[in-house]
Design a protein around this ligand. Structure first.
Ligand code: AMP
Ligand code: GLY
Length: 415
């Protein structure tokens, strides 16, 4: 199988590592890629958000399967163009990627499908926003309706800050605060059948103890020892399957990866967000534990044969990943610093590029993540932290509490 992966982040590096380990994958290209993907896949230049250019590249490479990593190309219609060129594609159409591209659209689909989520208002004026904020009360949750790389959401007890963020959004979604631990569940779907991967947890805030602004994610672990068995099946039954069915009913089937972000509240599970692609950094830990060959799974989703795919196999133990971010992230990250230690196994590259002299240089906010598996969560955690300690990025920042509470058995669900 000849596979083309589109994107240049940690997700694409993790996908390439798993695809390269699949014996059925005989040829692997990542475009445009980063310094990490270049070590496992052939590299091609392409504008990832240009549908015609990506379709042309897939044709030129005689790809059997294209995997579209990030949301921006999906929202731009790259998967549509690849499929129109007669090439199997893992990733939703532009119409289906609106589940991530517009929070208001996602709420509409959830309402139609009876999916439990936070009550919300779409506000386009300061008056509407203030009214909605005062109805829900603190803590306030204000989201930019459009794509914002995980940074368009403000959760705050400060009413003025909430009003200011709403004013800065053209269309603001204001919703009730969901209290409870968060879960990311990736569901592979061919538009009809749904196969959940292992549940993971992400750490969204920049600072230890979940303080400071939201980021794209500063670390993750899987599986979740505190999550009761059966919750993944419940999420498929009450969230993913009804959503996939509703998208098919609308004539815009969703194929690819439906990322369900949930909060486990006192009142039950509630959807926080949908994404239309694998999440970063959860992908690093989920794929590190997947024993089933990834190429075959993604191809089955792209071909519409997922119902016939064998049950997934998982490696025992746990995985932890710790993100090393540039100074200034998530505000204005400094780039262009030399990073040492990045060529070791377990280092997944996000914002990196390789200079002609071979040095790896930071090229984004989240630079790399250090991923490790272990027999237990504690073991995986100490290995991931030992690995991140071998990296050197001037003024680099990472959280020291990724997976700490779970490893100490401190996460409790309300009865
Ligand atoms: P989103 O981009 O919608 O995932 O939001 C980013 C992060 O903001 C989430 O992962 C949560 O940590 C937080 N968040 C979003 N919506 C809510 C909510 N309704 N209640 C509490 N926290 C939320
Ligand atoms: N880890 C959150 C995301 O990928 O959106």
């Amino acid at each position: 199988m000849r596979v083309l992966v589109i994107g240049s982040g940690a997700r694409e590096h993790a996908l390439c590592l798993a695809l390269a380990a699949d014996p059925a994958v005989t040829f692997l290209v990542c475009a445009p890629g980063n310094a990490g993907t270049a070590a496992v896949a052939e590299q091609r230049r392409v504008d990832a958000t240009d549908p015609a250019a990506v379709a042309e590249l897939a044709r030129e490479l005689a790809a059997d399967l294209a995997v579209i990593g990030p949301e921006a190309p999906l929202v731009a219609g790259v998967a549509d163009a690849v499929r129109a060129a007669g090439i199997a594609c893992f990733g939703p159409s532009a119409a289906a990627a609106r589940l991530e591209g517009s929070k208001a659209f996602a709420k509409d689909v959830m309402a139609a499908a009876g999916v439990p989520t936070a009550r919300a208002y779409l506000c386009t004026s300061a008056d509407e926003a203030t009214k909605a904020l005062d109805e829900f009360g603190p803590p306030y949750v204000v989201k930019d309706d459009g794509l914002a790389a995980g940074k368009g959401v403000v959760v705050t007890a400060d009413r003025d800050e909430a009003i200011a963020h709403a004013a800065a959004c053209e269309r603001a979604v204001i919703e009730e605060y969901l209290d409870g631990p968060e879960v990311s569940l990736f569901c592979v779907t061919d538009g009809t059948a749904v196969v959940p991967l292992l549940a993971a947890q992400d750490f969204k805030r920049i600072g230890g103890g979940d303080t400071g602004p939201n980021t794209g994610g500063m670390g993750a672990y899987a599986p979740l020892p505190w999550l009761p068995p059966g919750v993944s099946d419940e999420v498929v039954r009450t969230v993913a399957q009804p959503t996939v069915d509703e998208m098919a009913r609308r004539g815009t089937p969703f194929t690819g990866l439906l990322y369900v972000g949930l909060a486990i509240t006192r009142a039950g599970l509630r959807v926080v967000e949908f994404n239309a692609r694998f999440g970063d950094p959860e992908t690093q830990v989920v794929l590190a534990l997947l024993d089933t060959p990834l190429g075959g799974l993604l191809a089955a989703a792209a071909d519409g044969t997922l119902a016939g795919h064998p049950p997934l196999r998982w490696r025992p133990g746990a995985a932890v990943t710790v993100v090393l971010a540039a100074p200034g992230y998530p505000g204005s990250p400094r780039t262009g610093d030399v990073l040492t230690g990045a060529d070791q196994p377990g280092i997944v590259h996000a914002g990196t590029h390789r200079r002609d002299d071979g040095a790896v240089v930071s090229a984004g906010g989240r630079v790399v993540s250090a991923t490790a598996v272990g027999d237990s969560l504690r073991d995986a955690r100490s290995r991931a932290y030992a690995l991140v300690a071998t990296l050197h990025l001037p003024d680099g920042q990472y959280r020291t509490d990724i997976a700490l509470r779970a490893a100490n058995d401190e996460i409790r669900l309300d009865p």
